[in-house]
Design a binder for this molecule. Structure first.
Ligand SMILES: [Zn+2]
Ligand SMILES: [Zn+2]
Length: 233
């Protein structure tokens, strides 16, 4: 049994995923796609708050905002900050963890992964290095499929998750989440949550964090009562 290489995922890889030589499970790959497609919307919000900060500061007087309190300006500027192609030096085969030091920028997180893939595959990089263009390049079928077979795919997923957490904390824009009234098929706790635009339902129990498709949950709901009866007999 091989499990998904993401540190945040303990899902066992299915036969189809093995056959496809994936090191990252399909739910994790789909989650990355959701994040990268969500980024352009998040960036619009970040740019809007940067604009309001600038105009708000020049007015001199009190600025009344009817929306939620503004995110910290430093956070916004850091996230939108530029990054150079040559900043992205990464040794994916070294065993050192790539801890993010200093201010985080979206481009600074994406460039090393995009650069790694372009160099290994000899594919053309995006024409511009905006965070939107980088995200669009990375989420395309060919780079995503190739990346999901690499030993570092789990590191990429974990790093992108950290980035999305930071972005969402600054914009306060999060996909809608709703609890599901069915016990988790893996840990049996009532902690399943479904998320907008996401194919998978997550278990939010800290010791479990399993992911399920609707079909898997429907199947589990059918066998669960039978399993309980068998256990009691
Ligand atoms: Zn996974
Ligand atoms: Zn669970």
């Amino acid at each position: 049994m091989t499990t998904c290489t993401a540190a945040t995922c303990s899902r066992e890889l299915h036969d189809t995923e093995h056959a496809n030589r994936q090191t990252l499970c399909t739910p994790c790959v789909d989650t990355i796609k959701v994040w990268l497609r969500e980024l352009p919307v998040q960036i619009i919000v970040l740019e809007g708050s940067r604009e309001r900060e600038t105009t708000g500061a020049s007015s001199g007087g009190r600025t009344v905002h009817r929306t939620a309190p503004l995110p910290g300006r430093a956070d916004t500027l850091n996230l939108l900050g530029p990054a150079a192609w040559t900043d992205g030096i990464r040794d994916p085969y070294g065993d050192a963890r790539h801890d993010q030091h200093g201010p985080l920028s979206i481009a600074g997180v994406l460039i090393p992964w995009v650069r790694l893939i372009t160099e290994e595959r000899r594919w053309n990089p995006p024409a511009v290095l905006t965070p939107q263009a980088l995200a669009e390049w990375l989420v395309a079928p060919r780079p995503m499929a190739w990346a999901s077979r690499q030993v570092w795919a789990g590191d990429m997923r974990d790093e992108l998750q950290q980035m999305m957490r930071t972005v969402r904390n600054v914009t306060r824009l999060r996909p809608g989440r709703r609890p599901i009234s069915q016990p988790c098929p893996r840990c049996d706790s009532l902690s399943l949550v479904e998320t907008d635009h996401q194919l998978y339902v997550d278990c939010t129990h800290p010791d479990c964090e399993a992911m399920f498709t609707r079909a898997e949950l429907a199947f589990a709901a059918r066998i669960h009562p039978a399993a309980l009866e068998a256990g009691a007999a």
